[in-house]
Write a protein of this length. Structure first.
Length: 259
């Protein structure tokens, strides 16, 4: 397993696959590289994909220090540096979309094109999930929490018939403190003032039935980022890229190849 060294000395594990122009894939909060299992291959005909285990997850170091979406972006730059990649397309989903916002805004020379999936600008301008959704995720019964998360990610028909495993439900190997650090990092994200600084071609994608990160955030991002395109996938929940892979992957590929 290759590692990049972050600015604070933490080791960030990363993975590559395919061949072609580089595409950095950034997954969701408290998840590792497996978020992209079964999907990254869709891009390998024209892209060399790069994934990473966020600090606190997978094979990366897990320091018990404050995390932030800006810090995760800096870790991603360390990975690109270690690979000798000067510029990459970036596709971030959920918290990974928040990290991707900082990459494009703060490191514009490193990002060629940008796709933001099922994410939000954060801060007071974002549309927050409902109290009912929040309560469903803090129940004392872990089985009930997993079921609630599954329902937020996928439609009932899909979750009932898909063979699994479901790779978007969190990294089970994470220590509890790292989960809290990830939650705090995502909750504190606020890139609203930086979004107009994003100057690369940008596509915003969201499922219309996403309650985990409400779909109303998608037009906020698209209107705030100059020239951004918006595409809503009817009927999709938070894990649109997985359940609606046959729609989402070609959509993203077409955008990346045309930009």
């Amino acid at each position: 397993m290759p590692y990049a060294k972050a600015a604070d000395g933490s080791r960030i594990a990363y993975q590559t696959g395919g061949a072609g122009s580089p595409l950095l894939l950034l997954g969701g909060q408290a998840n590792n590289r497996h978020w992209w299992d079964g999907i990254r291959e869709d891009f390998h005909t024209v892209h060399r994909t790069v994934t990473l285990d966020y600090r606190g997850t997978g094979d990366s170091d897990k320091p018990d220090i404050p995390y932030s979406t800006i810090g995760f972006a800096e870790d991603a730059i360390a990975v690109l540096d270690d690979l000798g990649i000067e510029e990459a397309a970036v596709y971030g989903t959920s918290m990974g979309g928040r990290v991707a916002q900082w990459l494009a805004a703060r490191f514009p020379d490193r990002v060629r094109t940008l796709v933001l999936g099922c994410t939000s600008p954060g801060g007071r301008h974002a549309v927050e999930r409902s109290a009912q959704v929040r309560q469903s995720l803090v129940q004392p019964d872990p089985v009930a929490v997993r079921q609630a998360l599954l329902e937020l990610m996928y439609t009932p028909d899909y979750s009932a018939t898909a063979p699994g495993p479901f790779n978007t439900l969190g990294d089970p190997s994470m220590p509890a403190y790292a989960k809290r650090r990830h939650l705090h990092a995502s909750n504190k994200h606020d890139a609203w003032d930086a979004l107009p600084d994003i100057g690369v071609p940008t596509l915003v994608v969201h499922g219309t039935e996403d309650l985990f990160n409400p779909a109303a955030n998608a037009p906020l991002l698209a209107e705030r980022i100059p020239g951004a395109r918006l595409h809503l996938i009817p009927g999709a929940r938070h894990a649109y890229f997985d359940e609606f892979r046959s729609t989402a992957s070609p959509l993203v590929l077409d955008f990346l190849n045309a930009s």
